[in-house]
Design a protein around this ligand. Structure first.
Ligand code: ATP
Length: 239
């Protein structure tokens, strides 16, 4: 049903060596939602996303996706289950065109026709890439490369996407476009868990948010309520 969480984390912990960076957190994201994970630098947001994806060597707790446990599974299995991740460093492949980078987003081997059809579809959602399919990918601006990283993750039609600071270091006009893009992805049925320093922009397109502080969830609320809550914002979200 619509009220069942698509992703549910329970008692999630993660460590770097002996440093206990994510401490017993629990949260959920329902199908169709945009949820923002907020908090200061070093609060543990990136580590939380990496833990959901199975990229931490030392982690514990449950991650349920469509009710099925993901913990213990490697990242590629989680990706196959429909959970995609776009890290802050975009990992665009130099020397390849935009189109070729998009092709890397599909692991299975579709026919040439299917691949072209999927790229056409993606290009409709990402108009800025549509004009640049034949361009060398790393010759694009940082914001355009960020869009490519997201588009590449969307090639496999994930049910949910984890986005780490997508607007970081991007020129303002592209930031606007990026947030319109997230709303469009949501409209197409993609569930989004977003980590963003751009708190107001993130909340303006989000349904709900969780606030992390020193590895723990200290607050959760609807996005509109948090937008109006300057006290919470200044306490936990100043950079
Ligand atoms: P930021 O916005 O700065 O990325 P964040 O909320 O995403 O912050 P994390 O990157 O998850 O925070 O970092 C949480 C803590 O873990 C910080 O104290 C950080 O220094 C530490 N940390 C992050 N990555 C590593 C690593 N590879 N090895 C050791 N410690 C790390």
């Amino acid at each position: 049903s619509a009220f069942k969480p698509l992703l549910e984390a329970r008692g999630l912990n993660a460590w770097y060596d002996r440093s206990h960076v994510v401490q017993d957190i629990a949260f959920e994201v329902r199908a169709g939602e945009i949820v923002t994970l907020m908090g200061r630098n070093g609060a543990g947001k990136t580590t939380t996303l990496r833990t959901l994806m199975g990229l931490l060597a030392k982690a514990s707790g449950e991650v349920l996706f469509e009710g099925r446990p993901l913990q213990g599974q490697p990242a590629h299995a989680r990706f196959h289950a429909g959970l995609a991740y776009v890290p802050e460093d975009r990992r665009i492949v130099a020397g390849l065109t935009v189109r070729e980078n998009l092709q890397l987003g599909i692991i299975a081997s579709p026919s040439r026709g299917e691949m072209d059809a999927r790229i056409d579809e993606i290009a409709e959602t990402f108009p800025r890439l549509k004009e640049r399919l034949a361009q060398e990918a790393t010759s694009m601006s940082g914001g355009e490369q960020q869009m490519l990283a997201i588009a590449r993750a969307m090639m496999a039609r994930p049910k949910m996407i984890l986005l780490d600071e997508p607007s970081e270091g991007i020129m303002p006009v592209l930031v606007d476009e990026m947030f319109e893009l997230f709303a469009r992805m949501k409209g197409q049925g993609t569930t989004i868990l977003l980590v963003e320093q751009n708190v107001e922009r993130a909340l303006s397109i989000s349904d709900r948010a969780y606030i992390l502080d020193q590895g723990r969830i200290v607050h959760q609320a609807g996005a509109q309520a948090l937008l109006a809550d300057e006290d919470i914002q200044s306490r936990y979200c100043a950079v």
